[in-house]
Write a protein that binds this ligand. Structure first.
Ligand code: ZN
Length: 144
């Protein structure tokens, strides 16, 4: 798997990371104690953020990426040009399997997915690296 870090901070990446870091501080994660924030950049240049929202009925919890995508769609965005995911806990976190598929709906194979902690920037992956040989809208006879 390829991973890379930008040598100089990119302003768009920095703005995405800032939004995801703020979202991480707003997470509702009383059960896992694992707050996550995510942010997506849409085709209009707007950034939409989301945080994980857990539930006492555990499977009803929602991931940060799903919340960020929902915010993007609500605002009229239909393409995610870049994604940032921020987590705590000492490891660079990437989207879970379900969220990789959610991102596949709105991202291209080369869409960068930045990882970060609240204070540091981690590796960048493309969606194709995280979800190779994926199934998406282009596989259906009627594509949105
Ligand atoms: Zn997820």
């Amino acid at each position: 798997m390829r991973s890379s870090q930008l040598s100089a901070p990119d302003p768009v990446q920095q703005a995405l990371l800032e939004a995801a870091r703020h979202a991480c501080t707003q997470a509702y994660a009383p059960y896992s104690k694992f707050p996550v924030g995510a942010a997506v950049l849409d085709e209009h240049g707007h950034i939409h953020a989301g945080c994980n929202v857990e539930n006492a009925a555990y499977p009803q919890g929602a991931c940060a990426e799903a919340a960020a995508l929902a915010a993007m769609v609500l605002a009229g965005g239909r393409q995610a040009r870049a994604v940032a995911v921020v987590g705590t806990g000492g490891h660079w976190i990437t989207p879970c399997g379900g969220c990789r598929q959610r991102l596949r709906e709105f991202c291209g194979p080369d869409t960068p997915i930045f990882t970060a902690s609240p204070t540091e920037t981690g590796p960048t992956h493309t969606l194709a690296e995280l979800l190779p040989h994926s199934f998406g809208p282009d596989h259906l006879p009627t594509t949105p």
